[in-house]
Write a new protein. Structure first.
Length: 518
């Protein structure tokens, strides 16, 4: 049946196109960018050393390093069924897909911000929202995580979902939607525990619509979402080859999900380093949005504060501040990744800054307002193009082969039954992946020297290598190496161990270090 131009049905089709085509286009463009620059295998670039552990755990129904990341493991195992290259490549593409979906969600969130203004439901709204989302998508930090195997793109996705649900003013009308918020938040803790930092800001955003019935629905959804952590003890019951903390007991479970080994880094940055860290994070913010985008973000936050959106300013400000403080004071070199939710929030401020510039400030220019609006929109779309030009060379991992070259060199050199002691996560997790996902060289006994003090780890070694003598639940390196040499095993180190120099002779052989008796 033909539809006359201008009919209600025709108008609805146009409205639906304006609503869904921009976020879909943003997601498609972002995925094309990420997939074309993703690493082909494991990588150590962009602080991606943990990838081997995450993949090994997911593919063996195991338990990775704290905090266990059950949501990521289950999703990764599902996505690995898609036959797109090596398993490592599939997990890299999973990160690309998660980041692309987050960019599309950000486009929807930006449109919610713009709908509170006369830009509502017009093409200009879609142009601005898509430009903001693409500026975020081409930023250095999210791009760096979208091309490797890591959990931070999934963290970003859950943060964007929470923001979308909290900012949608028509959303809280039904109790089941509060259950959806609880479910998303609970599942988010299984992606990364820092989702908890969003709680105070989300409470401020949702408080005016709170009721007992809605609170109960949110609590039920939260309980259901948190149940994803049951994956950890259930997986541990099957004695998988990767079983950090052995969470079958309450002590092991809490050690794992609370991230106990990393608590020393929380608020652990020395005061003397705070200023330099703050300067570095400020530069990173500018690199993520460009200086123009950063200025628009500050303008947008101020527009909310002085306007009728103070609750939005307070709620999003609390979320941004929580992640900023965490990234600022967490005493590791990769703490910058915790800024990803902060950048999501500042992108929403950017959308408001553009709205304020176009509608609140441009009219004061009189006849020059059209020129001002044109310049503002041109600058908006110049930001992702500039980020693309600036970051492509340094973030493109399509030809990264460092880990593959190191791994092949190691496996070709090691004789059958050799003992290899590692001391870096990158070495340990790369060998785990090769042995227990690709099922190669399982005769080699690869041991992380930093984990020997944990009883759960020596039990893991017994499961992996039934014939290898492990004399006690806790071992020192000399107690591990001496029996191995006595029974005629060849012993190598992946990196130097000065504490062994007094008892053994250590010589460099290729990329490894051979250990022999003096």
């Amino acid at each position: 049946m033909n539809v006359r131009p201008g009919s209600p049905r025709d108008s609805r089709c146009i409205s639906l196109a304006l609503r869904w085509l921009p976020p879909a286009a943003v997601g498609a463009l972002a995925f094309a960018l990420y997939a074309s620059t993703a690493a082909p295998w494991l990588t150590w670039a962009h602080d991606g050393a943990d990838g081997g552990d995450l993949i090994t755990a997911a593919m063996n129904w195991g338990v990775p390093h704290p905090s266990g990341y059950p949501t990521y493991c289950l999703l990764g195992r599902l996505c690995a069924l898609v036959p797109l290259g090596t398993v490592a490549r599939r997990f890299n593409l999973l990160s690309a897909g998660l980041a692309a979906v987050t960019a599309a969600l950000l486009c929807l969130c930006a449109r919610l911000v713009l709908r509170a203004s006369p830009l509502r439901e017009g093409p200009l709204e879609s142009v601005v929202a898509a430009g903001v989302a693409l500026t975020w998508a081409t930023g250095k930090t999210i791009w760096s995580q979208a091309v490797i195997t890591e959990v931070y793109t999934l963290l970003s996705l859950f943060a964007a979902l929470c923001l979308y649900l909290a900012l949608h003013e028509a959303w809280p009308a039904r109790a089941w939607r509060w259950g959806a918020m609880g479910l998303v938040f609970g599942l988010g803790t299984g992606a990364h525990l820092t989702v908890l930092l969003m709680a105070p800001g989300l409470a401020v955003l949702l408080w005016p619509n709170l009721s007992r019935r809605r609170l109960l629905a949110a609590a039920l959804g939260l309980f259901l979402g948190l149940s994803v952590h049951l994956y950890l003890p259930l997986a541990a019951r099957e004695d998988p080859v990767t079983n950090w903390g052995d969470p079958r007991t309450w002590e092991g479970f809490w050690w794992l999900v609370s991230g106990q080994p990393y608590r020393q880094y929380l608020l652990g940055l020395p005061i003397a380093h705070l200023l330099s860290r703050l300067r570095a994070l400020a530069r990173l913010w500018a690199e993520q949005h460009t200086w123009i985008g950063l200025s628009l973000s500050l303008l947008g936050l101020w527009s909310w504060i002085e306007g009728d959106r103070r609750r939005w300013a307070a709620g999003t400000g609390l979320i941004a501040l929580a992640f900023l403080i965490h990234a600022l004071t967490y005493d590791t070199t990769d703490s910058y990744v915790y800024l990803l939710p902060f950048f999501l929030v500042s992108a929403l401020w950017m959308a408001e800054g553009l709205r304020a510039l176009l509608l609140d400030h441009a009219p004061a220019l009189g006849k020059g307002r059209v020129l001002c609006a044109g310049v503002a929109l041109a600058l908006l779309w110049a930001m992702p193009l500039w980020s693309l030009h600036r970051n492509y060379g340094s973030l493109n991992l399509a030809h990264d082969g460092e880990v593959a070259a190191w791994t092949e060199a190691v496996l070709e050199h090691l004789p059958e039954g050799a003992l290899l002691v590692t001391g870096q996560d990158g070495h340990t997790f790369a060998l785990d992946y090769v042995q227990w996902v690709e099922n190669r060289r399982q005769d080699v006994v690869a041991v992380d020297g930093e984990l020997l003090a944990y009883p759960w780890y020596t039990q893991q070694l017994r499961r992996r290598h039934a014939g290898f003598p492990v004399s006690s639940p806790q071992l020192s390196l000399p107690e591990l190496i001496a029996p191995a040499l006595e029974e005629g095993r060849t012993v190598y180190l992946a990196s130097p161990r000065p504490e062994l120099a007094d008892r053994h002779r250590i010589e460099r052989v290729g990329v490894l270090y051979r250990v022999t008796e003096r």
